[in-house]
Ligand binder design. Structure first.
Ligand code: NAD
Ligand code: UD1
Length: 493
């Protein structure tokens, strides 16, 4: 039976407000699909949906959004009861490898429970076509390159295990029920942004991946990029990856969707989405420097645990069976990423310099010129939140007065600001006393001396030889104490 024209097809996109999801939703709309997005906005903003709608022009009317967590069975049921879906594209998930190591249950709960919930609701409503966001992470440290889809699979961390387990769940479902058709797409390293500079990657907290980090250094949000390892057996000693333009990736999804509707039974198929070319970290940084016309400060460091040396894709299967091939090179990726970054240095929280209005909804800017976004609510005094803590207008931490990333200072490993007015050193040591962070990731106060256990002794006032306040040079007050109005405490030594 011939398949109906795309205009009649409705696709549910989970995680469609996110980086890859938003670019794919745009391509789906332009391809004539009706799109319903469900996203809990955990790592995204509804502004992305508004902007996609605008970029899609006349097709924008075919886009619908529900703020739903896919683990919420009742809410998902409601969405499926109100609309008949022809297929689902499943992007929703948490993706930070480091976080997954610290919080495995969060990852198994979100990525696996959420996915099982989705599959059960799909089954109940007879929707049995799926495209799933898998990852090249399932190849672990491949013995050779390029990676072909039949390589042995292994996961190196909880995040990777959620991808591998979901792949296995998909294979099992298709074995048990031949009505299901599933395409698992293993992404290599998605970078870049829509050429309009209107949508792009806007991760919450400290970026894990190379290019979002490079981008934040280029716009002055962070001081330097740390290069993880310069002793790999590669041309310049740094890791090699297969970077792919997010638009190419989005088009790969449209090709997969078309295959699902071809009419033939697919079962469970897996495809790499990459370019087939390997680029080193230093080559990528150099390409971005060229695109932005700025020098990116680098700090050479040791290897990141779990990192493979060289990973790039074999693209033959996707070319042959999906009739899809990546078009863009790293220059295009860096140009488009810089276009997005320079227009939106704070991602979807950026001020609109044009007319003081929110670019899509037309709502006015807030007092400090930032757009109201769901993910970055403003504090009552109209200031934007970063990493969970409100900033003051001059970019200082409101409680301690310590500098924020805006001024080029780094955040601590747990994404909180240092409490000592000093940037932490790259090795997470206190820049003056060299003492490490304590177990909960807090810094010792300025001037503190470690005890033998590596912890700060209790905070009590400390006199210095000159009888002046050790930081501000102020004398003791009438009570014989140093002024504490600035909320600094000093140690007795
Ligand atoms: P993203 O974080 O920008 O997008 C994921 C979206 O899912 C976010 O909008 C988030 O709010 C949403 N989400 C998370 N948990 C949810 C839940 N329980 N219910 C509803 N929504 C939820 O990430 P991305 O880079 O766009 O990645 C999309 C998918 O592709 C993810 O599954 C990721 O693991 C996978 N992937 C990404 C990369 C990459 O480098 N970006 C590489 C390989 C695979
Ligand atoms: C990482 C994850 C992978 C996940 C993918 C997409 C790890 C070990 N792997 O892949 O599971 O599917 O992201 O989310 O985390 N680099 C630096 N400095 C940085 C960041 C990265 O030098 O600040 C280097 C890395 O060592 C690597 C390259 O840049 O050589 C790319 O790193 P990244 O962007 O994190 O992607 P992957 O490691 O390929």
């Amino acid at each position: 039976m011939p398949s109906p024209p795309p205009a009649a097809r409705t696709v549910l996109v989970t995680g469609g407000a996110g980086y890859i999801g938003s670019h794919t939703v745009l391509q789906l709309l332009k391809g004539g699909f009706r799109v319903v997005v469900v996203d809990n906005l955990d790592n995204s903003s509804e502004v992305a949906i508004d902007r996609v709608r605008e970029l899609a022009r006349e097709f924008g009317k075919n886009l619908f959004f529900h703020q739903v967590d896919i683990r919420d069975r009742e809410a998902l049921e409601k969405v499926f009861s109100s609309t008949k879906f022809d297929a689902v594209m499943h992007f929703a998930g948490l993706k930070a490898v480091g976080e997954s190591v610290k919080k495995p249950l969060l990852y198994y709960n979100n990525n696996l429970i959420g996915t099982i919930n989705l599959f059960e609701v799909m089954t109940a409503h007879g929707c049995k076509k799926l495209v799933f966001s898998s990852s090249a992470t399932v190849y672990g440290w491949p013995k050779e390159v390029p990676c072909t889809e039949d390589f042995p699979l292994c996961a190196m961390n909880p995040y990777g295990r959620t991808k591998l387990m979901t792949e296995d769940i998909c294979r099992d479902i298709c074995k048990g029920d031949s009505d299901w058709d599933m395409i698992l797409l293993r992404y290599f390293n998605p970078v870049g942004a829509h050429p309009s500079g209107y949508i792009g990657e806007d991760p919450h907290g400290i970026p894990n991946n190379l290019m979002p980090f490079v981008q934040q250094v280029a716009v002055g949000r962070r001081p330097a990029v740390t290069i993880f390892g310069k002793d790999y057996s590669t041309k310049d000693g740094t890791g090699v990856r297969d970077y792919i333009h997010v638009l190419d990736l989005a088009d790969g999804h449209i090709a997969a969707m078309q295959k699902l509707f071809e009419g033939s039974q697919i079962g469970c198929e897996v495809y790499n989405l990459g370019t087939g070319k390997g680029t080193s970290v230093l080559e990528m940084v150099a390409a971005f420097e060229k695109a932005c016309g700025k020098k990116i400060p680098l700090i050479m460091a040791g290897r990141r645990p779990g990192d493979a040396e060289i990973v790039y894709a074999s693209t033959a299967k996707a070319e042959k069976e999906l009739h899809w091939k990546a078009k863009y090179g790293i220059e295009d990726m860096c140009r488009d990423q810089w276009n997005w970054a320079s227009k939106n240095p704070w991602g979807y929280g950026s001020p609109d310099s044009m007319n003081g209005k929110h670019p899509t909804s037309g709502s006015p800017d807030t007092t400090n010129g930032k757009h109201p976004t769901k993910r970055s609510p403003e504090t009552p005094n109209g200031k934007r939140l970063t990493c969970g803590l409100p900033e003051t207008a001059n970019g200082k931490h409101p409680t301690y007065g310590s500098p924020t990333a805006t001024n080029g200072f780094t955040e601590t490993a747990n994404g909180k600001h240092a409490t000592c007015r000093l940037a932490e050193a790259v090795n997470l040591k206190h820049p003056i006393c060299g003492s490490p962070e304590d177990a909960i990731g807090k810094h010792h106060s300025h001037g503190s001396v470690e005890t033998s256990k590596g912890k700060s002794p209790p905070y009590v006032s400390r006199e210095i030889a000159s009888g002046k306040h050790p930081t501000y040079g102020l004398p003791k007050n009438a009570n014989g104490n140093y002024p504490t109005s600035q909320k600094h405490h000093f140690l007795s030594t």
